[in-house]
Write a protein that binds this ligand. Structure first.
Ligand code: F6R
Length: 601
């Protein structure tokens, strides 16, 4: 949701580190930003709006400098975006400044108590109780470290917090159910919501665990656990490159990441199948005693989970996909042999983590299928399987979805007890060809032209059957997310049971019909129903079915196996959404109201 960063370094460098880190974290939230640096006193600058506003203000205020500082980019939960609600927040006497990601659930009662003690609040946020609590303990004679610790003990909810104190060259930080990473540099120490904010400064990181406190100074750090015991934690090396988190020559991260899909899939497949076409899943090779699989996920990852469940079921494994937010409330019964897979790009989505925890409490074996090594899901689950996409910055998930589909395909092949070697060989050689096919699709696609011809539609529908159904949902999600136009995905056979009432000559319908089999022929029949209602029909096809005779527009994909065709269709849907949003002048990488990492339930 929000992004936080802290730095204990040296004067002249701290503010650039904070601003650069905020630029990298902006995808987590972008309705207001702020920073605080500590010298003999604390200097806070904060602004409603995107980071440029803050940069402009900081540049005009030359005295903003210090050894220790914290910064924040916000996605509002409590209180609308405004200068006052932006972080950092301070106590009444400006002795401490705090940035926070998460939700303080008991903030109202803490606020009432603090008010009755004379504290005055300047914002509507839940966060502001934290500096006031710290201030309260400072007044009671606690040292800054003890006051910070005692204040945090009072909090209920989820949080990653970083704070600076007046006249101290130190950043204090802690977390509960919200990610926080320490970065260890030569002459500075850093803390951030995720490692993309740190890559340009250091490749050496430490993942903080729930309840731990970190105290950062320019020459090092101390970590203690909730009982005050000093912890010595191993540093890990970040394997992502700086180039991967910049836009390069592209106008948006989204299009860069769409184009990165061939490379991402090559990486995803590397060393995971052998010459005799056997699947090997490095970190998850032990499929013993799994009788049924529950896949829990949100948004785009849920669409990947739907695909994964179907792939498993087709191979004789009992499998079902669940929306994580629902599963967390009412988990499906777990028996011996149930594996619960959290499909989550970031590994930090609160709903998915809650579902995985609910499963764990019921005794299920848990697996994180994620992109981020060291993420909460990866660390909390029994096992982790990585999709290896590299960093994804644009809020709209693109390349990670493709990598999820391919990893789930490998997973289904690996777990299947019924798959014959011939079937495995067939799919593995189709997988091998997939990265090259995506590259060829980029060379020939006409998605840009079609998008500009259809950009005045009053709504967009996406239909598909079988393994193309999750992709119809995903095509619609991508379209609505970045164009702000109404878009819905349907199982093609379901259209006539209600949604057909919405179809007019102003609602383009995108239909995926790749290959020529019974399922595709039924999809073509559904497309006829749409056509008869006058809707512009866009066919996504490899040219083998009869759909083209109906279609007003055609987007071609290379021929591949039935199972992998959804990956190629989806690339065309991503391009359609991207070009439509461009045509409409939307903010593509940071769409209205959204944030990439959704760390609240
Ligand atoms: C859509 C999108 C979201 C995420 C969802 C889950 O483009 O990115 O729908 O897929 O918030 O996120 P992860 O996969 O990080 O758990």
């Amino acid at each position: 949701m929000c992004g936080i960063i802290g730095c204990a370094g040296h004067e002249g460098d701290t503010v650039p580190v904070l601003l650069n880190g905020l630029a990298r974290l902006e995808y987590r939230g972008y309705d207001s930003t702020g920073l605080a640096v500590s010298n003999s006193d604390i200097h806070v600058v904060k602004r409603e709006g995107e980071l440029d506003e803050l940069v402009e203000t900081v540049e005009s205020e030359i005295e903003v400098d210090g050894v220790a500082g914290v910064g924040h980019t916000r996605w509002s939960t409590h209180g609308k975006p405004s200068d006052a609600n932006a972080h950092p927040h301070t106590d009444c006497e400006n002795r401490v400044a705090v940035v926070h990601n998460g939700i303080i659930e008991n903030y109202q009662s803490l606020r009432d108590d603090l008010r009755s003690l004379g504290h005055e609040f300047e914002s509507n946020t839940d966060t502001e109780v934290i500096p006031h609590l710290v201030g309260h303990y400072l007044d009671a004679g606690s040292s800054p470290k003890a006051a910070f610790h005692r204040a945090v003990e009072k909090l209920e909810g989820s949080y990653a917090i970083a704070a600076v104190f007046e006249s101290r060259k130190e950043v204090m930080a802690t977390r509960q159910d919200s990610s926080l990473v320490l970065g260890v540099g030569d002459e500075a120490t850093y803390v951030a919501s995720d490692m993309t904010a740190l890559i340009e400064r250091t490749d050496s990181v430490i993942h903080l665990d729930d309840g731990e406190f970190a105290f950062l100074s320019p020459d090092g750090y101390t970590i203690i656990d909730e009982d005050g015991e000093r912890q010595s934690k191993a540093q890990t090396t970040i394997e992502w490159d700086v180039e991967e988190i910049t836009k390069g020559h592209h106008d948006h991260y989204m299009i860069k990441e769409i184009y990165e899909q061939s490379a991402a899939l090559r990486e995803c497949l590397r060393n995971r199948s052998t010459t005799d076409r056997l699947i090997s899943l490095d970190t998850f090779d032990d499929y013993h005693s799994v009788d049924r699989v529950h896949l829990v996920a949100c948004g785009t990852s849920y669409h990947a989970a739907l695909f994964g469940a179907q792939m498993l079921r087709e191979r004789g494994v009992s499998a079902q996909a669940f929306l994580a937010s629902e599963y967390a409330m009412t988990p499906a019964p777990v028996q011996d042999g149930t594996l619960v897979v959290g499909v989550t790009q970031s590994g930090e989505t609160a709903d998915t983590l809650a579902a995985l925890r609910a499963a764990d409490e019921r005794g299920a074996r848990t697996l994180a299928l994620t992109n981020v090594v060291g993420s909460s899901a990866a660390r909390e689950c029994d096992e982790a399987l990585y999709i290896r996409s590299g960093p994804e910055i644009s809020v709209a998930a693109t390349k990670t979805f493709a990598s999820q589909l391919v990893t789930l395909t490998l997973f289904a092949l690996h777990s299947s007890s019924t798959e014959s070697n011939h079937e495995t060989r067939r799919l593995v050689s189709a997988l091998d060809e997939l990265p090259g096919q995506i590259q060829r699709l980029f060379d020939t696609t006409t998605a840009g032209e079609i998008a500009s011809r259809l950009a005045d539609g009053s709504g967009y529908f996406f239909i598909g059957r079988g393994l193309q159904y999750p992709v119809a949902l995903e095509g619609a999600l991508k379209m609505k997310e970045i164009t702000y136009e109404h878009a819905e995905g349907f199982a093609a056979g379901e259209l006539k049971h209600g949604p057909l009432a919405l179809v007019t000559d102003e609602t383009p319908v995108f239909v995926s019909a790749v290959g020529d089999n019974e399922t595709v022929r039924k999809t073509v029949a559904n497309a006829e129903e749409v056509k008869a209602r006058g809707a512009p029909l866009v066919a996504i096809t490899d040219g083998t079915s009869s759909i083209e005779r109906l279609a007003d527009e055609v987007l071609r994909v290379p021929s591949t196996s039935r199972e992998l065709a959804p990956v190629l269709v989806n690339v065309q849907y991503q391009l359609l959404a991207y070009h439509t949003a461009r045509h409409l002048g939307r903010k593509i990488d940071k769409p209205r109201n959204l944030a990439k990492s959704v760390t609240v339930e």
